[in-house]
Design a protein around this ligand. Structure first.
Ligand code: NAD
Ligand code: MG
Length: 417
């Protein structure tokens, strides 16, 4: 009998986390769960612990951790509940763990992903913000620790599958000319631009093809998600910015493509279901079943492609600019975006304020070099403070009022350190 892969799933209560457990549950002979983590959803984590019997469960909020510990004790489930500051890093680097699924959203997932990389784990990376903010640091940690980094983001997983098996970080050596990342265009691809200022958080989260967490859903609507993915691709595949192109593909069937110097273009296709890239990475290098519906091309009928409209999606341009600037610029962009999206989801700013805030913060925050984790976290803190100050100066309270205020850049004069 084969030894079972021992897993830590960071962010197990989220969209990717739940899909991961779905695939895991289909293969009890292959996988066993050592640790599950979440921020605050004690009820969902409790049910997952009952089902998967992990050795550890981490909840970042103490009140939720107490509730979980009590409920597990009452149910006689032998899972230890952890809540201290280092718990996520600890369960990501336990000696008995082989594979870590990094599916926390935002820069909150960076430290545990880094811990898994340093500990030489098989690291399944969904948390794109970790690579966006700390790409050089994370890739270096994976090399030094001997970690295998497998992309979970559907586009990057597709690129990984379309690259030759001997690819080792040199695109030219394997004849690659370009990486083409597909983008659905989100729910507002065809919305008249004069109506975008009034769109609601629920409308922004109603993605036409994918069911995802609310932060990434808003990022998909603004196309910041694709911008973050361009930066993610830069690090994963050691690509130059001009080698990464975005193409709109509303059906989300072609998950991405690799163009070779002889004119060949190799794509990965499938129904839009995150269980495919998750199963690919969990099973790698073997193929395992994922529970997805198989692709019926005759039923799909037609596939469409178009160039992205940069005027409609300024966030995509801002991401390319941050990538070109380098250093801390992507971390600054990410921090400002996390602040902007949280405020938009809370109904405190309008949809069109998101790119405006990002532009202002990128302009005000100095982008120094990034050599280590502390540099990344310092840039993140400074950019968040800058974003909050910009928002404060505009006294934003509710989305409708926000639309009527003057552009951010005119209001904030103080540079961020
Ligand atoms: P989600 O919001 O559904 O879930 C996030 C998970 O992280 C939850 O378990 C939550 O409890 C945990 N979490 C959130 N903040 C935390 C904090 N401060 N500390 C500790 N834990 C915290 O998000 P998601 O849609 O599953 O996305 C997860 C990551 O995967 C994101 O980086 C996203 O960009 C990426 N991703 C998601 C999809 C998708 O289809 N959902 C696709 C590609 C990439
Ligand atoms: Mg993606």
């Amino acid at each position: 009998m084969q030894t079972r892969q021992a897993l830590t799933i960071l962010g197990s209560t989220g969209s990717v986390g739940v899909s991961t457990l779905d695939v895991v549950a289909r293969h009890p002979e292959r996988f066993r769960v050592i640790a599950l983590t979440a921020r605050d959803r004690a009820d969902v984590l409790f049910a997952q612990c009952v089902r998967h019997r992990p050795r550890y469960a981490v909840l970042s909020q103490p009140h939720a951790a107490d509730t979980l510990a009590r409920r597990l004790k009452d149910a006689a489930v032998d899972t230890e509940v952890l809540c201290d500051d280092e718990a996520l890093e600890r369960v990501a680097s336990l000696p008995e763990v082989d594979t870590v699924m990094a599916a926390i959203v935002g820069i909150a997932g960076l430290k545990p992903a880094l811990a898994a990389a340093r500990a030489g784990k098989k690291l399944l990376l969904a948390n794109k913000e970790a690579l966006v903010t700390a790409g050089a640091v994370l890739m270096q940690a994976a090399r030094a620790g001997g970690a295998a980094l497998l992309p979970i983001d559907s586009e990057h997983n597709a690129v990984f599958q379309a690259l030759p098996a001997n690819f080792s970080g040199d695109l030219a050596a394997v004849g690659v000319r370009r990486i083409l990342l597909t983008a659905s265009g989100g729910p507002f691809r065809l919305t008249p631009t004069d109506q975008l200022a009034d769109v609601t958080p629920d409308a922004a989260c109603a993605h036409p093809n994918w069911t995802m967490g609310r932060k990434i859903s808003v990022d998909s609507a603004t196309m910041m998600n694709k911008g973050l993915e361009v930066i993610e691709a830069r690090w994963l595949f050691n690509a130059q910015p001009h080698q990464i192109e975005v193409v709109i593909h509303p059906e989300s069937v072609v998950h991405s493509l690799v163009e070779y110097s002889d004119g060949s273009v190799i794509a990965q296709l499938g129904n839009p279901d995150m269980r495919t890239p998750i199963a690919h990475a969990l099973g790698f290098p073997e193929r395992i079943t994922a529970g997805v519906d198989f692709l019926d091309l005759a039923r799909v009928g037609a596939l469409h492609f178009a160039a992205p409209d940069i005027a409609r999606f300024p966030c995509l341009r801002l991401a390319y600019e941050a990538l070109e600037t380098g250093g801390a610029a992507p971390a600054i962009l990410n921090a400002a975006n996390e602040v902007a999206v949280a405020r938009f989801l809370a109904g405190e700013i309008g949809y069109m304020d998101i790119p405006e805030l990002l532009q202002a913060v990128l302009k005000l925050c100095e982008s120094g070099p990034v050599e280590n984790l502390e540099d990344v976290l310092a840039a993140d803190r400074a950019a968040r403070a800058c974003a909050e100050r910009c928002l404060g100066e505009r006294s934003w309270h509710a989305a409708p009022a926000a639309k009527q205020l003057a552009p951010l850049a005119n209001h904030s004069s103080e540079a961020c350190s």
